[in-house]
Write a protein of this length. Structure first.
Length: 171
């Protein structure tokens, strides 16, 4: 019969006392991780319905821009409108910047960040095939850029409209 070791409180795997400090680190890391994630708001963010729709619309790890746009449209509950998307992109929303401040009025070419000067590749998927293929990156950049432009998160209808317009831009 093998010796019985105490179990990790989270993973329930045996933790060998011979590992000393490493075993305490292992146990402590797993027990503190959920608290840190909760304090960062990550769990609440992942629990939002829009994120789940995006995951359902996309194959594991990759998606097409049309699939992501369809996910936002489904979440919004109304059809996307490319004209509204272009207006949103080129209009100020109570802040100094608009989307076009960095991406250009027609985002088919590289842009430049308004304050840092950092180069930004073309936003329209037809001009940059890597755009809108990773749901996590899409959400990350919508969240950051909407906060810069509108001082809030964009809603699903706004995201669907902007993506509908970007998908109409062709070389």
């Amino acid at each position: 019969m093998s010796p019985r070791f105490p179990l990790c409180r989270t993973t329930h795997h045996p933790v060998q006392p011979a590992l000393g400090r490493l075993s305490r680190l292992h146990t402590g890391l797993h027990t503190r991780l959920p608290t840190r994630l909760r304090s960062a708001g990550l769990i609440a963010w992942l629990a939002r319905p829009g994120w789940l729709l995006l995951l359902a619309a996309a194959p594991a790890g990759a998606a097409s821009p049309a699939q992501l746009q369809a996910g936002y449209t489904a979440q919004a509950g109304s059809p996307a409108n490319a004209v509204r998307g272009q207006q949103f992109f080129n209009t100020r929303h109570g802040r100094e910047w608009r989307c076009a401040s960095c991406h250009g009025a027609t985002p088919s070419q590289a842009g430049q960040h308004a304050s840092t000067g950092k180069a930004i590749t073309a936003l329209a998927p037809a001009f940059n095939p890597e755009r809108f293929t990773d749901p996590a990156k899409v959400e990350k950049w919508f969240r950051r850029n909407c906060n810069d432009v509108a001082a809030r998160d964009c809603n699903a209808a706004e995201k669907a409209d902007v993506m509908a317009w970007l998908l109409t831009l062709k070389p």
